[in-house]
Design a protein around this ligand. Structure first.
Ligand code: GLV
Length: 308
C-alpha cells in the first residue's frame, strides 16, 4: 500500500505514529516534504499547517487523531473528494464529564470566591445553595454534551441543553437552535461543548452573555473559535460574568502575553479537559485504513458540509 503521510505538528501525532508503526510494522509512514508523500492516499493529522494538502494529490482519506476534525475541515487546501474521519472514544466522555463537573461544582459551591477570599485571609461563610437552584446550560448535545447534561441533571442541577435539532434527554429541558434566547435566559453556568462550525463561530459573545444571570460563569471546552475574547473581558469587567473556565483557545498554546492568563476570574487549562486514548486512536485509524483499502464504508466519517 502507498505510504501514510503524517501532516503537521503535535505531540499526539508523534505518539500515534509510534504506536501505529508498532502495531503494523509493514505500514510505511512519511512526512509531507518527503517525495514518497506524493503517492499517499491516507493522511493523519490534528491541525494541518496552511496549504498542507496542496502537495498531496492522491489523498482519499484524511484521519483526525482527535474527536474533532474542525482544523482539517477549515483547511482550504483539503481536497473535497477525500473522506474526513475522526476518533470516537467512549472513554472520552468520562474525562469531559470530570472536567465539566469540576467546573460546575467550582462555581456552584462558590469555590472561586472562597479561594479569592483565602488569598486575603478572609473568613466569610458564603451562602450555599442546593443544586436544584443552580441553572446549568449545556450547549451542544453530541456524545460529550449529552453525557454531561444527563449527569448534571442526575446530580439535581436545573439542567438545560441546546442543540441544532430536538434532543429529548431525561431530566434535561432541551431547546432547539431557534430557541437560543430561551435556553440562555437566566442561566447561572453556561457550558460550551459545541462543534466549531460557521454557525457556532463566536457564539460565546456579548449577546449571549447578556441573557445569563448577572454574575454567571462560563465553561468553554468546545473550541477557542466559539469565544469572543474581547466580549468575555468586557463581561468580566462589568460583572455580567464572574468567572470563566477555559480549556480551548483560538491559538494553542496560548501565548505568554495573552491577557487571559492574568484576567481576574479566568482559569486557563491547557486543552486537557479530555482526549481519546492513544490505543483507541491507533485502532480506529488502522480499522479505517483497512476499510479504505477494501473499499468499505468508513467509521466515524465527518459530514464536511455540516462540520462535524
Ligand atoms: C480534542 O479537543 C479533540 O477534538 O480530540
Amino acid at each position: 500500500m502507498s505510504p501514510i503521510v503524517l501532516v503537521g505538528p503535535g505531540k499526539d501525532l508523534v505518539e500515534a505514529h509510534r504506536l501505529l508503526q508498532q502495531m503494523r510494522p509493514a505500514l510505511r509512514f512519511c512526512y509531507p516534504d518527503d517525495s514518497l508523500a506524493q503517492a499517499a492516499e491516507v493522511a493523519i493529522c490534528w491541525a494541518p499547517p496552511s496549504g498542507s494538502f496542496a502537495r498531496l494529490p492522491q489523498l482519499k482519506l484524511i484521519h483526525s487523531v482527535g474527536a474533532g476534525a474542525d482544523p482539517i475541515i477549515r483547511e482550504p487546501s483539503r481536497p473535497a473528494s477525500a473522506a474526513v474521519c475522526r476518533i470516537v472514544d467512549p472513554g472520552h466522555c468520562q474525562g469531559m464529564l470530570e472536567y465539566v463537573l469540576w467546573g460546575v461544582l467550582h462555581y456552584h459551591r462558590r469555590f472561586d470566591q472562597i479561594l479569592a477570599n483565602q488569598s486575603q485571609q478572609r473568613w466569610e461563610r458564603l451562602t450555599q445553595h442546593g443544586a436544584q437552584q443552580t441553572r446549568v446550560g449545556v450547549m451542544g448535545l453530541g456524545q460529550l454534551g449529552k453525557a454531561a447534561a444527563e449527569q448534571l441533571a442526575r446530580l439535581g442541577f436545573a439542567t438545560r441543553g441546546w442543540a441544532r435539532s430536538a434532543q429529548p434527554l431525561p431530566g434535561v429541558a432541551t431547546f432547539t437552535e431557534a430557541q437560543l434566547p430561551d435556553f440562555l435566559d437566566g442561566l447561572d453556568i453556561l457550558v460550551c461543548l459545541l462543534p466549531l462550525t460557521e454557525r457556532t463561530q463566536g457564539i460565546l459573545g456579548a449577546e449571549t452573555f447578556a441573557h445569563l444571570t448577572p454574575g454567571a460563569a462560563l465553561i468553554n471546552c468546545g473550541r477557542g473559535g466559539h469565544l469572543r475574547v474581547d466580549d468575555l473581558l468586557g463581561a468580566l469587567a462589568s460583572g455580567q460574568l464572574r468567572g470563566a473556565l477555559l480549556d480551548v483557545f483560538e491559538q494553542e498554546p496560548l501565548s505568554r502575553e495573552h491577557p487571559l492568563w492574568s484576567t481576574p476570574g479566568v482559569t486557563v487549562t491547557p486543552h486537557i479537559a479530555s482526549s481519546a486514548s492513544l490505543s483507541v486512536i491507533a485502532e480506529q485509524i488502522l480499522t479505517n485504513i483497512d476499510r479504505q483499502q477494501a473499499g468499505l464504508p468508513l467509521f466515524n466519517r465527518v459530514d464536511t458540509a455540516l462540520g462535524y
